[in-house]
Design a protein around this ligand. Sequence first.
Ligand code: ZN
Length: 687
Amino acid sequence: MKHPVFLILTIMIAVSLISSSPDKRQNDAKIQGFRWQTEQFADTKILRYKVPGFETLSLQQKELIYYLSQAALSGRDITYDQNYKYNLLVRKTLEAIYLDYKGDRESENFKKFVVYLKRVWFSNGIHHHSSTDKFFPECNKEYFASLLNGVNSRNLPLQKGQTVEEFITEITPIIFDPKVAPKRVNLNPENDLIASSSCNFYEGVTQKEAEDFYSKMKKEAVKSHQDTLISYGLNSKLVKENGLITEKTWKTGGMYSPAIQKIIYWLQKAATVAENPRQKAGLEKLIEYYQTGILKTWDEYNIIWVKDLDSMIDYTNGFIEVYGDPLAKKGTWESMVNFKNTEATKRTDILSKNAQYFEDHSPVDPKFRKKEVKGVSAKVITVALLGGDSDPSTPIGINLPNAQWIRKDYGSKSVTMDNITYAYDQVSLGNGFIEEFAYSKEEIENVKKYGYLAGNLTTDLHECLGHGSGQMNPGVSSESLKNYHSTIEEARADLFALYYIMDLNMVRLGLVPSSDVGKAEYQNYIRNGLMTQLVRIHPGKDVEEAHMRDRSLIAHWVYEKGTEKKIIEKVTKEGLTYFRINDYDGLRELFGQLLKEIQRITSEGDYDGARKLVEAYGVKVDPVLHKEVLERYQKLNIAPYSGFINPVFTLKMSENELSDIAISYPEDFTVQMLYYSKNFSFLPARP
Ligand code: ZN
């Protein structure tokens, strides 16, 4: 699971008055003058992140990071293709125009074309990375055709014998027609989820056929006493060919083989400089999995990986998160390379050590609590490179592996990406957002004082305890909730965090100075869930993305249930809407009640219960309030989404021997994207 930016809002708030540890203040001094934001286009801003501490790693550790980062970049094309089967065709076409077009490059139209190209890079395809709606160039078809005619046709991804005219006819609807592939992931159950989603995980099969295929696979495994815990379908495309439904597995010799071979090449190099035998064994197991596509091997790999707690360097690499599939089976390729932030990890160590306390006192039905919480390991990390689905837009925390049974038997690894949240903070200092939407001066002050600490701790609680908490009834799997699974799972983790951020034990454990920290989190969460996250939604649209639905669900549910006691009150001041929390303990109790219900839904696999909750509280938008929020937000001129330019690692040689690896921080998003496309594109433009 990944934990995306808490709507960047918590983070924007983050004028961290009190939370500057000495460690962090040192960083401030060192990196003053660093340009955190390089540009803004459409609804997106491009940021950079620093990698403090890289220089102090040993040469072998740097080498390991280098090889892992090459592996992380080698799968980039896979993510594009998984998102939509013509994404690579579109990207390669746009890049050819960008590199080769000799006409007027200063015209308004060309600038609009470039914005479209940047948006495609940013989303790894033609659908918005968050809403998954198709987006469109602001220049028109005729202009686009003129660009194609102004490029040397040898640079275009033409089919054999295809003329440029024919190519224009082929690609124009892919880019411009709102009826072609309108949505990457459709979660509206009124339609066949597969037919109405344009992600590239199924072809020629209906939702029913796909569901039957996998439930049959599972039944057969039960019958033959084989492993029933495997994440069936995780690493393949399901297709119907000649009337036969079959899986095309992503492995050496299978689908995506050219890119996977490159990933393997770099992982093999990484294994030669592993820090210890366990890490080496993990890398070798991952290579074996990529070579064979056997999902049992993937599980074996994850068990090694989750136990690897001693290594300084760590990584994710694989088909991992299932948000990109409406049936939540297929893993989108992603990678991230990082190393431990030893100082900040002391905070998460305290949480991990007390994991059993949190589980035992959680407000859920005792039969759904874990009797014994195993191996919740949490750490704060410094990201060194983002790849695949995590690039350029990245989560700020992750908790893996996703397989429930591994989490139960072996634990999970939870990480908070500190240098990423730090970059967000730096960008957001003083942009006026909190002043606009917070109800009172006291609230603004409290949130400025404690918001950053509260946000970090809530992320820790969500990742390190929330996702790992609770247990399922026998025979229930996470797939039972289908299209509602992700939203419910995120709500469960959020509620766990919200319930405990206000726990007196947080003060006793020395994690917070007072309950004002919890209050800051409640203020941010309610304001965000009821109001400010709407800045990411287009007028007339529903809330779609799982984490946004989760926040909307929680905030609207507690608002409604607390109406009578005025726990949260809607206030109008000078014609503007605010939400004021009157009773923090009452609010905490409501969070606990909802957590209890959501844990029950999860444990029992109650699809109907999930549907009712999500549809009633998580999806719909009040159009009047939405309009007001958008108007207020527009005045601030802040792009609601952010993504990152990666650092660059350069090998330093001395007399043919590697002597050091230098890190640098490029400033140009376009240059980086073109560099990646030139050096890490291993899949063909066409399916
Ligand atoms: Zn999460």
